[in-house]
Design a protein around this ligand. Sequence first.
Ligand SMILES: Nc1ncnc2c1ncn2[C@@H]1O[C@H](COP(=O)(O)OP(=O)(O)OP(=O)(O)O)[C@@H](O)[C@H]1O
Length: 256
Amino acid sequence: MTEPIIQFKHVEKCFNDKVVIPDLSFTVDKGEFITILGSSGSGKTTTLKMVNGLIKPNAGEILIDGQNINELDLVKLRRHMGYVVQQIGLFPHMTIGQNISVVPKMLQGDKKQIDDRVKELLKLVRLAPHEYLDRYPQQLSGGQQQRVGVARALATNPPYVLFDEPFGALDALTRLELQREVKRIHESLADKTFMFVTHDINEALFLGQRVMIMHEGKIAQFAAPEEIVRHPATEFVEQLLGTVRQNQRLWRQQYD
Ligand SMILES: Nc1ncnc2c1ncn2[C@@H]1O[C@H](COP(=O)(O)OP(=O)(O)OP(=O)(O)O)[C@@H](O)[C@H]1O
């Protein structure tokens, strides 16, 4: 049974009188992994930031677990939403263990429980605790830092995790490795809702159980990857898919 957990109803967002999102409606179900794909400036980050209340819409309704976001305590809401971004922002003077435990320490006092949780999270993102717990962020590679970012986002066991282009700055192989990890983590943690913004079509189709394709602030298509590939709903979606096909063709011409 599907259970709506994030709902946008006729949401509009303007910046300085310019309408960026004219009329956005969609529903995400509990436990889904949604990717949001679109060209630069199509409104992906704005949409994600409206989910955790960092940006307020000008009109329309946003419901989180059935409750209007305007009626929620935004500080509490954000503690229930992990957030992973490209500039992950680890505190340089804190160890990896301390970085992951910042918010859990604010919320509860039990040191032993928090220490155990941090170790469990490091294992989940495949960083051996005995090796990484006491290191400082600058002693980690970019990919390892992003793993810490994912662990930190999961530290309070949030029901939702939002990702904004988290792997955009990583090399192709590290990126692929982390995509697999995030997919595995989502599968291993029951009922967590993931929303993941990317402009990489391969990443979007690989990770998303459903992919929301945005174009100029509107949804061009919101469907399972197979459906998008088989039945692109608009010319824009066709063009996006065309970029993958073109790459495949070039690859074959050059090397087959
Ligand atoms: N704080 C702001 N003030 C004014 N305009 C903004 C602001 N934030 C975003 N915009 C504009 O809103 C539009 C959508 O921006 P958004 O960051 O949501 O796009 P995006 O799809 O995430 O793009 P990208 O892939 O480049 O990050 C853009 O035209 C952008 O210039």
